[in-house]
Design a binder for this molecule. Structure first.
Ligand code: ADP
Ligand code: ADP
Length: 227
């Protein structure tokens, strides 16, 4: 079953002489539970693609279906709700809110939606991430690896359709980087959590089920490593 379908997606930033075509007619689909690595040179359109999959920005043309929802047919309010419930975003520099505790950072997307936090899911995720004893700490009291674990918790708490990570290990040393990838793969395999990761690191790309290479805003290669 396809959890994600992208049809003729294009994105142009700006207008006239300074316009930049960041994505040029990209189409592909992703199966539920798949782990896809997106690689490509700097400036090739990877982040733009990830943001369009996550409903963070709107495309110039083309469609994105997540679990059969045509997400850019949604209005701004519906799109914000879609993002909080169906998209877990993980960034290189964590993007945690500095004045909120670990527990608050993790549960924020649920609370913004005025939902009760599923305590069982919360405990399960926090335990797997090894954050039980850090819940009342602030982000700046944690190491980089721990902060990235918090952002994984925040991304997972709402059972999203897609977990999207933009260079999730780009700011970490090799030990922490390995641990974060093991956690992402654990959630991918154990919970069948669909995972799309942008990476410059070939060792990470080779752990994926499939590698999509982007060049000049187009899909240059789409290779399945593990069917
Ligand atoms: P990558 O993630 O592969 O480095 P990006 O998606 O960030 O590539 O960028 C693709 C192209 O779009 C680049 O030429 C970049 O300069 C341009 N770009 C990205 N974001 C913006 C923006 N907000 N405004 C104008 N140009 C942008
Ligand atoms: P608002 O609707 O007020 O704009 P956002 O949806 O942008 O709120 O969320 C506020 C904060 O929560 C941001 O830091 C955002 O990165 C984070 N956030 C919201 N939803 C998610 C999610 N599904 N995964 C990761 N972070 C999220």
């Amino acid at each position: 079953m396809n959890i994600l379908q992208i049809e003729n997606l294009s994105k142009i930033y700006g207008k006239g002489e300074t316009a930049v075509k960041a994505l040029d007619n990209v189409s592909f689909s992703v199966k539920k539970g798949e782990f896809v690595a997106i690689i490509g040179p700097s400036g090739s359109g990877k982040s733009t693609l990830l943001h369009l999959l996550g409903g963070v920005d709107r495309p110039t043309s083309g469609k994105v279906f997540v679990d059969d929802t045509d997400i850019y047919e949604l209005n701004e309010t519906q799109l914000a709700i879609f993002r909080r419930r169906q998209i877990g975003l993980i960034y290189q520099f964590y993007n945690l809110i500095p004045i909120l505790t670990v527990e608050e950072n993790i549960t924020l997307p649920v609370l913004l939606d005025e939902h009760k936090v599923d305590q069982k899911k919360f405990k399960e995720v926090v335990e797997i991430l090894g954050l039980e004893n850090r819940l009342q700490h602030l982000p700046n009291q944690l190491s980089g690896g721990q902060q990235q674990r918090v952002s994984i918790g925040r991304a997972l708490i709402s059972h999203p359709a897609l977990m999207l990570a933009d260079e999730p290990t780009g700011n970490l040393d090799s030990k922490n980087s390995g641990e974060i990838m093991e956690l992402l793969k654990l959630f991918n395999k154990t919970f069948n959590q669909t995972l799309i990761v942008i990476t410059h690191d070939e060792r990470i790309a080779l752990q994926a089920d499939r590698i999509i290479a982007i060049e000049d805003g187009r899909v240059a290669k789409d290779e399945v490593l593990r069917p």
